[in-house]
Design a protein around this ligand. Sequence first.
Ligand code: GLU
Length: 451
Amino acid sequence: MTVITRFAPSPTGGLHIGSARTALFNYLFARHHGGIYKLRIEDTDKKRSTAEATHSLLDGLAWLGVAHDGEPIFQSSREARHREVAEELVTRGQAYFCYTTAEELKSQREAAEAKGEQFKYDRRWRDTSETPPAGVQPSIRIKAPLTGEVVVRDAVQGDVVFAADALDDFIILRSDGTPTYMHAVVVDDHDMGVTHIIRGDDHLNNAGRQSVIYTAMGWELPVFAHIPLIHGADGAKLSKRHGATSTTEYAAMGYLPEAMRNYLARLGWGHGDDEIFSDTQAIEWFTLEHIGKAPARLDYAKLNHVNAHYLRATPAAELATLMGMDTKHAAAIESVKSKASTLVELKAQLEFYITAPIAYDEKASAMLAKNGVNIPLILPALEALVEPWSAQNVKAAINDIATATGKKIGELMPPLRAAIVGAMSGPDIPDAMAILGKAESIKRLKTALNA
Ligand code: GLU
């Protein structure tokens, strides 16, 4: 059996981080089994689906680097097939035409609610020989089981039991001939040969209803794996108030796609304590058994840690391109890349190389006030340094001054840092000076003396 998975987003917005993880899990699982991972755009809800959202989903997936096999399937293009299956279910005696109108349903619902009861369609047209009313376009409803239970054997949640009386004869084809979401998903998953459905556990209830359709058609059920949703640090379901929710936002915040893949794989799934692993390892290790039952919490500190790892591992010239900078800044990037967690931080760390005059932050100003007097001790040696102006030679010159004056390196280097960077963090100062060049370094030291 070839494993076939799918990711089936509704194009109503960008790629949500939870959906990105769903896509990734389906991708990893398919690859693990040498199977096929498909993409289906669920654009049947014409009011909510937009072409723009489809593009941003596709962009989000391309950025994340989770490539689907074959062309994406647009659910809307399959309406005729959805209708055909609904009609076949009627022919098989597994579904029926329902002539109760929307207005009637509405008043029945209101009456039930007025009595404090939960509304359930009364199955009036299920088994009747009554003549249908003239002029009413019927919907098609599935015949859900009247007794017993429907059991969803879920690879993550275990057996999930739905008592028959909790299910209703839900509509599969609306009176206007359009399929409902519940029905379209089943028909598409079947026709696409989907063997495993990995998705958020907000769809667990749907699995009960969808199983009814599979059984009614005599189709083999796929393996369901409903994964707990991602929560924020406070344990509540991830939402806007926790910060970024779409991959576009994560990209803008300076996270690398490979770091996102690595981090998202760890959200709800794990391979022992392994924090950092390659795509190849994730594919090799990914199984449904190790998906957790408890919701994973999005933890920015961990994400930053993973991202910092991938920043360090990425060549500086590539980072320059990713930040839209000239590769001539590669050396500067190299000098600070181990100090940043995101591309945004990295760019901020590079600021002092590019911007002059620099501004001194509070700590740098305090340092200049305290140890700025040491700068004139070093200046002449640096000015006298002829060839070559390298980090090594700059460092040697400073060391010589330390020896000659009896000053500690800890007294000489910090004021230089304040003068060169304008802050007390950043790269090694000899490195920074080598990259800035002699003229600019000396200019900054002199400017600091007059600050
Ligand atoms: N289109 C649904 C969604 O975006 C997913 C359907 C499914 O995975 O079965 O939530």
